[in-house]
Design a protein around this ligand. Sequence first.
Ligand SMILES: [Zn+2]
Length: 394
Amino acid sequence: MADSLAPFAPDEVVRFAQAIIRQPSVTGQEGELGRFLAGHLEGLGLRVELQEVAPGRYNVLAVLPGDDPLLGLLFHAHMDTVPTGAMPHPLSGEIVDGHIWGRGSVDQKGGLAASVMALEAIARSGHRLKRSLGLAVVVDEESEHRGSMALVRQGLRAQQAVVTEPSGLRLVIGCKGTLPFQIRVRGKAAHGARPWLGVNAIHQAMRVVSALEELEYPECSVPGYGPVRGSLNLGVIQGGRAYNIVPDECLLWFDRRTVPGEEPAAVLGQVQAVLDRLREASPVVESELTVARPDWSWEPIRRRGLQPALTPAEAPIRDLVARHHAAVVGSAAEVYFTDGYNEMDFLINDLGIPTVQYGPGDSSLCHTDEERLSIAQLLDATRVYIGLALEAAG
Ligand SMILES: [Zn+2]
């Protein structure tokens, strides 16, 4: 249906995805890709604004104007990728067995390409739109979320939105939050030959870890999906200076995933209560709890944190995506709640825009050395985006 209303050439979609995969855009180095996207979108006749987020780093905001300036639909994508890791040819964009290989192909240049190409097809079709259509391509999603924080500061408005992160074409109606925290456990240094004169901070940290492992995490029932549960992962330990010194400090970095209904203050309170209990039982366990992540130095994100989000149950965007998915793919979309975090948090919780996540690519390949994008899903996503954007624009 979409193909006849706003035709597009599948080869062009694939070539465009390859072109943006070949442009490196590791977090912090998004400039070149941002300028390329801005130029491309301007060339299609869209109104494009570069929003400076940090020195030399810009969000690209594009609008395909309709009679009403309010956005009937906003596509949201991030242009940054994680580092290339050990991928042999991270920027090849090579096609093997129906997949485009490369860092960022799944996370999330596939969804970015599909949304740009959908707007391109609609712009070329010359349809008169009642409502405007928008695309926000942000920087810094993989680290401090400065791009989407800038959208919030600006007060971006839209009737509804689709986060184009990879979902394997599942309809994602919510995501967990993540609350990163650090526990600094203090001890007392001594010569390794006389450990009884010191307090071993690593041993004390092990007691903290065991106590936290005993915690139970709340379960929440997501209507239309099922139960989801919070979790805790100890990701980094730093401690000890030499094998013959009793360590006087040990740092533990945890990633606590939260479900809808959990409040950061309560989550931190639960951890602090464990630390207080250990301290009472053994006064040598001295520890300090702070919200922190090894790659976070920007205060606003430490203060705000990353919250769980749920698409409002009655939001028309759920049905809109589900119907266009069914029309294109020929079967019902699987409704899903993701354990991962995505920036629907900012759109739903801060901007009040009903949002779902729906995008091409197998999310289990994100950040791996096997990252590759299914071309079939890339093309289906483009068709679905065209259909739902045309309907949202009236
Ligand atoms: Zn992503």
